[in-house]
Design a binder for this molecule. Structure first.
Ligand code: ADP
Ligand code: 5GP
Length: 199
């Protein structure tokens, strides 16, 4: 059986990564969303084990030491990382995996798993990004500024991605991400056709 495909989605804070991913996963219930570990405190509506595994700094550093993370990075003063085991198990079983990573995590995956498909989600404008980030009301003013300040660095890394999707109208963005997944599955060199063509 062919190994599953690994999709990485990145984009500035507040662009709508979680919202778009929820829309895509609603249509693609066969895919596995990799739940990250983080030391950032949970937001009001976030659930441990669903949105993130919320760890203390000590727990996170222990996970790094034990080699339990596929990649990890310090993002806006907190640790974020991908638990290795679940991702490897799913890919080995032939299931597609999708993960939401910052530009450092995406660069790490690109170097170590070159077969991964990297998608960058872009806001329609800087103003709209700010509006969404402020509208979410999840961070204090200083934290919002810190997240917005990262934007230029993020834009500069776009040429290391395979696809760019603008999240203007939500349904269109979800449809485009789903179309990328479908197109990647149909590539001859991925070999999925072998499982569909009965000899
Ligand atoms: P991220 O995961 O990239 O930080 P979120 O998914 O939390 O971003 O979205 C940030 C805010 O923007 C949320 O309030 C969300 O409802 C809103 N949002 C997401 N996509 C769109 C869109 N296409 N149009 C308008 N608002 C959006
Ligand atoms: P947030 O705090 O808004 O949920 O996420 C902040 C940033 O951390 C986003 O850019 C998101 O893509 C990134 N992120 C979330 N999980 C991971 C992870 O496991 N690894 C890395 N490198 N970045 C992550």
């Amino acid at each position: 059986m062919a190994r599953g495909l690994l999709f990485v989605i990145s984009g500035p804070s507040g662009v709508g990564k979680n919202t778009v991913l929820n829309g895509v996963l609603e249509e693609r219930k066969d895919m596995f969303y990799s739940i990250s570990a983080t030391t950032r405190p949970p937001r009001r509506n976030e659930v441990n084990g669903k949105d993130y595994y919320f760890l203390t700094k000590e727990e996170f550093e222990k996970a790094i030491e034990n080699g339990e993370l596929l990649e990890w990075a310090l993002v806006y003063d907190n640790y974020y990382g991908t638990p290795r085991k679940a991702v490897e198990e799913r890919l080995d079983k032939g299931q597609h995996v999708i993960m939401d990573l910052d530009i450092q995590g995406a660069a790490h995956i690109r170097n170590n798993m070159p077969e991964a498909i990297l998608i960058f989600l872009l806001p329609p404008s800087r103003e709209e990004l700010k509006r969404r980030l402020l509208g979410r009301k999840s961070e204090a003013k200083a934290a919002v500024e810190k997240r917005l300040a990262y934007l230029e660095k993020e834009l500069a890394s776009i040429d290391r991605y395979d696809y760019v999707v603008v999240n203007d109208i939500l349904e269109n963005a979800c449809r485009k991400v789903a179309a990328i997944i479908t197109a990647e599955e149909a590539r001859a060199d991925r070999g999925y056709w072998r499982e569909q063509f009965l000899t």
